[in-house]
Design a protein around this ligand. Structure first.
Ligand SMILES: [Zn+2]
Length: 224
């Protein structure tokens, strides 16, 4: 089992390689239900369903799928997992339009090949009734409608691709090659620096458990 923090699972078997890790998080809700944050590369649905089976969790117990952004390594398993779980799907309203290919996204990074219509669109500061209460923060830069999800009770920040974990409990800012607008990502990171953070649940690399606050502050000092 990969329960890395109480109620926070890192789904096993979705990483394409040790150098390119993709952390799909499965979160326990307050009741008997579950929430997924992002869905991995295309084909990841098999590993996600296998992990649920290992936990003896029915796919239909996953009630919400929260997306950080549209890139294919985050949305590859979305179609199948949404069908199998019948979960409600969430993304920022800007990202929701690009996911629906209305209009088509023309920024960097690998993109979904099929349109997907999410059930719920989020705006900055929206609460999501999942995992003991999450707040969706619009953190643009990597993509225009990128969202980070914050869990205030345990001070967890699911950063998507705003931050990337590094060895030694460090983080870097999203890499420019796959980023729509790096200066905006910097501003988003600065804003996340105003939150009380215990752990940074990065999608690639990391995560930084319990040392997330100092890791984020060190990055912001470097970016100054
Ligand atoms: Zn990305």
């Amino acid at each position: 089992m990969a329960e890395i923090l109480p109620g926070v699972h890192q789904v096993e078997g979705v990483d394409p390689s040790p150098e390119f890790s993709t952390h799909v998080y499965l979160l326990k809700d307050k009741g008997p239900t579950w929430t997924l944050v992002d869905t991995g590369l295309p084909g990841s649905h098999a590993a996600i369903l296998a992990y649920l089976a290992k936990l003896k969790v029915e796919p239909t117990a996953v009630k919400k799928i929260l997306l950080t952004h549209l890139h294919r390594d985050h949305t590859g398993g979305l179609q199948v997992i949404a069908e199998r779980t019948r979960a409600r799907t969430f993304a920022h309203w800007i990202e929701a339009a690009y996911l629906a290919m209305d209009p088509k996204y023309d920024g960097p990074g690998s993109l979904p090949t099929e349109p997907f219509r999410v059930d719920e669109t989020l705006k900055d500061g929206d609460s999501v009734d999942a995992a003991g209460g999450l707040v969706a923060y619009h953190t643009p830069g990597h993509t225009p409608g990128h969202v980070s999800y914050y869990q205030p009770e345990h001070k967890l920040l699911f950063t998507g691709d705003l931050l990337i974990g590094q060895p030694g409990d460090e983080v870097i800012l999203t890499v420019p090659d796959f980023t729509h607008h790096t200066p905006t990502a910097k501003i988003s990171a600065r804003r996340m620096g105003q939150l009380a953070v215990d752990s940074l649940l990065t999608y690639h690399g990391g995560p930084v458990l319990h040392k997330g606050g100092p890791a984020l502050r060190a990055l912001l000092d470097k970016l100054r």
